[in-house]
Design a protein around this ligand. Structure first.
Ligand code: SIN
Ligand code: CO
Length: 373
């Protein structure tokens, strides 16, 4: 097992065994080279886009305020010098070097990684003490932020606040993060970050759907696929003394019909492939501007290879591949190459076969991947 720089030289094994879901971990100097600086102007530009999820959280006159984007440039210019935070979700969908940071966490399964959110705050900026129901890595980029954490069990939130802020936060530990430092927090670990100097937090968030959400989505998936035989019939019907009563016979017959709805692990795996790769509602793919025809595409792909679009995700289970909420109907001989594309998010030219071209061309037209380079 190789040491991981991001984890301060710890192996993924040690991290997973000792910290993941269990206890916080502070990693000084985890990642200093974050590539091109995403400045406030860049973030403000993203926050103005209606396809980008953004929030502004302010604490003024003893009250929490929440506004949701898109924000007009004027709104973001009118902000005071202190005490606010702007948060932009899924920045990895928009900036390749930010996506690269997210994919450095590939010691975790992609099915669990969610997004890279960036927050910017001037001094005093905070979203208040709270806890999240999923794991998070908080990477400090520029500036200084003071983080206080607590293992408290008191989960009471302030009533009538527009965001979840703990009523009674009991500090247990405190760290000041500077550029490149990273704090891992397990789910439900209470935390309170306050900017001391203008700076950013890159939050690498994980997906942890509730059982209720999984069940609801699974039922939607089943609804499109379920096929049950028969029609209600009652050739031995007898007159009922109470015609308004739903008879036991009817309940029994319908329950026997519904028992035809069954699933096994392969159905659940297929559901997960669709569900986990389903794009978020505000995600759209754009086909190429200057479209190549199939032959031109094949030639360019054979020369340069393929890269996944920043918003695309391929996951697989057994020999089934899923991309952006759909099954990818690949040929068994190409499975290893498609799996390499899913894992590495790119496929070098020498791994592309003629067989793969029709499907690769389709995805290219849909904007799911592009010619590399
Ligand atoms: C922040 O970026 O300040 C908030 C992130 C979090 O607490 O989850
Ligand atoms: Co949080």
């Amino acid at each position: 097992m190789k040491p991981i720089d991001l984890l301060g030289g710890m192996t993924a094994d040690t991290f997973l065994k000792e910290y993941w879901h269990k206890k916080p971990l502070l990693i000084r100097g985890a990642l200093k080279d974050v590539g091109e600086h995403v400045d406030y102007a860049w973030l403000a530009k993203l926050a103005a886009d209606e396809d980008v999820e953004s929030r502004l959280i302010e604490y003024k006159q003893g009250k929490w305020h929440l506004e949701r984007g898109p924000f007009r440039a004027g709104r973001l210019r009118r902000l005071p010098e202190t005490d606010w935070t702007i948060l932009v979700q899924n920045v990895n969908h928009h900036l390749p070097h930010i996506a690269d940071i997210l994919w450095r966490f590939d010691f975790m399964p992609y099915a669990r990684l969610d997004d890279l959110m960036i927050s910017y705050a001037p001094p005093g900026g905070t979203v208040g003490p709270h806890f999240d129901s999923y794991d998070v890595f908080l990477l400090q980029v520029g500036g200084h932020k003071r983080w206080q954490i607590s293992s408290q069990k008191d989960e009471a939130f302030i009533e009538d606040a527009p965001i979840k802020v703990l009523k009674d936060f009991q500090v247990e530990e405190e760290f000041v993060l500077e550029h490149g430092d990273m704090l891992y927090l397990p789910p439900k670990c209470a935390h309170y970050g306050v900017a001391l100097e203008p700076g950013m937090t890159y939050s690498i968030g994980f997906r942890a759907p509730s059982a209720q959400e999984l069940a609801t989505e699974f039922l939607v998936y089943l609804q499109d696929r379920v096929c049950v035989e028969g029609r209600y019939a009652d050739p031995d019907l007898k007159q009922q003394a109470e015609p308004a009563r739903i008879s036991d016979d009817m309940v029994e017959q319908v329950s026997a019909m519904l028992q035809q709805i069954r699933w096994d692990k392969s159905v659940v795996a297929d559901f997960l492939g669709h569900y986990l790769t389903e794009p978020k509602p505000h995600v759209f793919y754009e086909g190429p501007e200057a479209e190549l025809d199939e032959d031109e595409f094949a030639e360019a792909a054979r020369q340069s290879g393929i890269v996944l679009d920043l918003k695309s995700q391929i996951l697989y289970s057994n020999d089934m591949l899923y991309c952006n909420g759909q099954l990818l109907e690949s040929e068994p001989v190409d499975l290893a190459a498609w799996q390499a594309l899913a894992n590495g998010r790119q496929l070098p030219a020498d791994r592309l076969s003629d067989n793969m071209m029709p499907l690769l061309f389709e995805g290219y037209l849909a904007g799911w991947w592009h010619i590399a380079g």
